[in-house]
Design a protein around this ligand. Structure first.
Ligand code: HEC
Length: 217
């Protein structure tokens, strides 16, 4: 079980625990959110809390996506992990993420510092949040105000945690299935242990979409 923590709506004590002494947090906080006004904690908290309807729509869909991966991974029989097995795990998750993006007009990504494939390398902002998650294992997710592709909006980032069932393909380097070793020459997504931070889900919703009702799943 993970404690659920909304960084920006959290009390000052939690805030200090997460960001105290963390240069990165300060940069994110003052640069992205406040334009240099990091001292005003209260206004920052308000500024970084998305409308309830948006929060519910994004968080529930990403939770469902994560549940889907974990449920699929549990169906793996370790001795014969091959391409057809993979078709039942991370590929449908990626497809569902892109389907969600198209339907809602959101950007939906899975990003990881130790990625399996280079398109999943984090941008600078996601990399900063990834680092905060890495240092704070109980921090589950966060919302930030940001600008992407020239549009201002909300970005939601949520931790992806390694489960024992993931290790069939993300465990020891030499134990990776053949289709991974052959098919992903730039793979860095191995050597994990259960409980590790695997990466982040990252959703961006432009402000221009906020008057729109989310499309049914
Ligand atoms: C059967 C093998 C297999 C299993 C089991 C598996 N994965 Fe993956 N995973 C892959 C492959 C292959 C990719 C690359 C997908 C692609 O080509 O986009 C991948 C990609 C990912 C990515 C996208 C980011 C990246 O590194 O490129 C994440 C996140 C991820 N896996 C997390 C998990 C988690 C968490 C679990 C367990 C709940 C899991 N995987 C179980 C094979 C697997």
């Amino acid at each position: 079980m993970h404690a659920r923590t909304h960084v920006w709506g959290a009390p000052a004590r939690l805030f200090r625990r997460l960001f105290g002494g963390v240069l990165l947090g300060g940069v994110l906080f003052s640069g992205v959110l406040l334009g240099g006004c990091a001292a005003d904690r209260d206004s920052a908290n308000r500024a970084a809390t998305p409308p309830d309807s948006l929060r519910a729509a994004v968080e529930s869909r990403i939770a469902a996506l994560n549940d889907m991966r974990e449920a699929l991974a549990q169906t793996i029989e370790t001795p014969d992990v091959d391409r057809s097995t993979f078709e039942r795990v991370c590929r449908p998750v990626g497809m569902r993420a892109q389907q969600m993006a198209r339907r809602q007009n959101w950007t939906v990504q899975q990003l990881a510092v130790r990625y399996r494939t280079p398109p999943h390398e984090p941008d600078a902002e996601a990399d900063s949040v990834h680092a905060v998650f890495a240092r704070n294992p109980k921090t589950m997710d966060t919302w930030i105000r940001t600008v992407r592709g020239g549009a201002s909006g909300w970005r939601y980032l949520r931790r992806i945690t390694v489960q024992p069932s993931c290790l069939a393909c993300h465990g020891a380097e030499a134990a990776r299935p053949a289709f991974v070793r052959k098919g992903y020459p730039q793979d860095r997504a191995y050597g994990f242990e259960a409980g590790d931070l695997r990466g982040v889900y990252a959703v961006f919703v432009a402000d221009s979409l906020l008057t729109r009702r989310p499309v049914a799943r």
